[in-house]
Design a protein around this ligand. Structure first.
Ligand SMILES: [Zn+2]
Ligand SMILES: [Zn+2]
Length: 143
């Protein structure tokens, strides 16, 4: 009832199916690995220009308009008035509306006005040696 020539044929077909299945798994796996590597690479590239975290922004200096000396917030192009809370950036001492500065700094870690690179402020309970004070950037040096 079972032709003798059918058995080797069935074995061959079965083996071929297994090989095909392995090849399929391999392509799937390598595609996944490539995707993961590309994602990691993009993550690393973004890391160079990333903004501060919300927590780091919260540690930045806050003040009222007296600190900034008045003027226009370059982020929203609106006047900064006396009662408004402002965020003073470390280093260049430029001031912006607090909400404007917070939103900006979470996108990129540079001053919206003079583009001075902003480093996250050190943790308050840092045991490390105090960081050297950054050299102040004069806006008049950029013409
Ligand atoms: Zn603003
Ligand atoms: Zn600045």
């Amino acid at each position: 009832m079972f032709p003798t020539w059918l058995l080797p044929l069935a074995v061959c077909v079965f083996a071929a199916l297994i090989v095909l299945y392995c090849l399929f798994l391999c392509t799937q796996l390598s595609a996944l690995l490539r995707e993961a590597a590309a994602a990691a690479e993009a993550e690393g590239e973004r890391g160079g220009e990333r903004g501060l975290t919300a927590e780091e922004v919260q540690r930045l200096e806050e003040g009222t308009m007296a600190v900034g000396g008045g003027g226009v917030c370059v982020v929203c192009r609106d006047e900064m008035e006396g009662a408004q809370a402002v965020r003073v950036l470390p280093g260049c001492r430029h001031a912006f509306h607090r909400s404007c500065a917070d939103a900006w700094l979470q996108r990129q870690s540079s001053c919206p006005l003079c583009r001075a690179r902003l480093l996250p402020p050190p943790l308050p309970l840092s045991t490390a040696t105090p960081a050297p004070t950054p050299t102040p950037v004069s806006p008049s040096s950029r013409v």
